[in-house]
Structure formats: C-alpha cells, structure tokens
Design a protein around this ligand. Sequence first.
Ligand code: PLP
Length: 387
Amino acid sequence: MILANDAAKLRVPMSQPSIDEDDIAAVLAVLRTPYLSMGPKVREFEQAMAEYIGVAEGVAVNSGTSGLHLCMEAEGIGPGDEVITTPFSFVASANCVLYQGARPVFADIDPVTLNIDPEAVEARITKQTRAIIAVDVFGQPAAVEALVDIARRHSLTLFQDSCEAIGAERNGVRIGSQGRAAVFAFYPNKQMTTGEGGMVVTDDLDYAKVLRSLCNQGRDESGTWMNHIRLGYNYRLDEMSAALGLSQTRRLDQILDRRERVAMRYTERLRHVEGISTPVVAPETTRMSWFVYVVRLDEKVDRTRLIADLEQDGVTSRPYFVPLHLQPLYRQRFGHQPGEYPVTERIAQSTLALPFFTDMTDTQIDYVCTRLQKRIALTRDRSKVAL
Ligand SMILES: Cc1ncc(COP(=O)(O)O)c(C=O)c1O
C-alpha cells in the first residue's frame, strides 16, 4: 500500500510555476541593461499578447486586479452605477466595481459550466446597470455570444475577466476580443506567469490610450514626465516581469497542452471513483485553458475532513470558490444572506481543487488520486481501517 512506510509519502503542492532556462536567461538579460522599468520589454510583451489574443492593443499592468480596476475607471463606472457579475469567482471580479464606489450585482451561474447564466444576467438589469463582467471560471469560456447580445440590446458594456483562461477558445474562437476589453492575470499559480502581473487587451485604440495613461500616474499619451492629465495609478509592470511574460508567451500553447495532459490523466483516474464528479468541458469549449482541476464531491463526503486528511498525506487541496456574496465584506456592506444564489451556493459547497500544475508528473497525479480515493472511502465509511 502506498503509505505502508513514510518513504513513499510525497508532498504535492497546489500549484508550481513552470520556469525553463529560456525564462531565466530572459530575466537575467534585463538585469544586465539599465532599463528595469519603462523599457522595451513591456512593449514587446504587450504586442506579443495582443497578437496571441487577436486584438489591436495590449496594456501590461502589475496584476489582474489592477487591470480590472483600470477597465472600470476607463469606462467611467462610478457611484450610482451597477455592474453585473458572477458570485462564483475570485474576489477581484467584484472588488473592481467597489473600488469605483459602484455596486456589484450578482447573477447566478450555470450548474454545468459554473459560469454566469445569461438569463440570470438579463433578469438583474435595472436602469442603473452600466456593464457586465463575464468571468471564464477555471479556464472555461463564459457563454459570451449570449452576453454580447444582451449587452447590445440593453446598451451595456461587456468586460471579460479572463484572468483564469488565457488561450481558451469557445466555438473555435479565442477568448479576449468579444467585449470592450479582457483582462488576463499572471500570478505564479496561473497557466503562465510574470511573478505578479496582468494584461488588458482591447480592440478600441482610444480606450487603450486611457488605460495606458491610467496605469502610468495619469500622464498624457506621450508619457510626459510631469504632465498629469487625469487621476492615475502606478500599476506599471516592470521589465523583468515583462521579459518573463514574453518568454512564457512564446511557449504558451505548449504549456496549455501539457496542462491538458495532466487534466486528462486526472479525469481518467477519477471518473469512476465513487463520491467524485470530474470537471465538465462544455461542447462549446473548443479549447479549455486548464487553470485548476476542480472536482465536485458527493454531498455525503465531509469536505473539511477530507482536506485535513489529504494534508496529512502531503496533498494540498482547496475549496474553490467561497461565494462572493457570502464573503464577510459583501455581507456587511450589502446585507447578502445565504439562499440568494442557490446554484452558486450548492456548487460552492461541493467543489474541491486538487494540486495542478504544468510540470506535474504521472507519479504525483497518481499519488493524489490514490490518496483521494482512499480518503473519500474513509470519510464515507466511518468504521476506520488503519491506513
Ligand atoms: C477570476 C479572477 N479575476 C481576477 C484575478 C486577479 O488577478 P491577480 O491576482 O493577478 O490580481 C484572479 C486571480 O486569481 C482571478 O482568478
């Protein structure tokens, strides 16, 4: 048995960046120049990313959150405005609306794709609604055709929080060009990384100019040093991060293929395990950009206990996501209560993210699956057998 002696015990982290010798050389090369910020690498990275997504402009920023914030600011979202988004996401998808003094309004999700349900979005539109933020949760594109249509019919602006979905495709089209702008994120748990970092992409040249100014302290278009034409921020990406991003963009498709392989092995190993449902890839998702591997647990499985048990085996796992409307900040500010978004709440109680990263070995995947299967059998059957 795999834990018959402790020597067989592995420690498998939730995530781990994939860094190769080219990445290291690219960062070192920047350190040998005098340009550690506002040099040529940021522009090269922006152009490479715009080309990869198939849009006119990329604006590099120092995080996905900064990118989302700038999108709201450049759109003029402010007090009195409402922006519709999903409660099943990372907190930045809604916080970017709060930063502007506007109100995030949640719409429930589709139980299969876990993405915002277009019908629920339409039902939440009021006179105050200005925009929709679609999130491509766990790397699966949102139902963007329906959202584009709703936005057009109601004169709303569509944004794509694609922080978890770089390279994903829906109906054969790469995501990131369907709304006013899309935001990608490059924290080290993401498919590709710049350390901290993000990128806003858009086809709207005027909008891109405003984004560029906002992320550079509100300087004018030419970046004149002491000429600030609007209230801006320092959300700039530095040159080392941009060089890493550029190097990673060059092998992004290879990275996504390797992640797909890890996901397929997980699914192969887990699809017949009692108590677990493996992730569903919708028929419209012609390319999944695997960000995390999230299984759903049968309601009889005690998730808290399972996470603690797996931790003892050296396997880290997480409950992804805790619904946004039930976060203490949102409950206090808006008086949200359990029961408001039943699909999100039901799903959120059952999800478990397993260790997942580009360079995960078969041995690591198999170890996680073996431990998971054994631990689930144990949580279901309290007549504990010695491991
Ligand atoms: C859906 C979503 N939006 C926004 C972000 C924010 O990105 P960052 O951590 O780079 O600020 C994340 C990061 O995990 C995310 O998953």
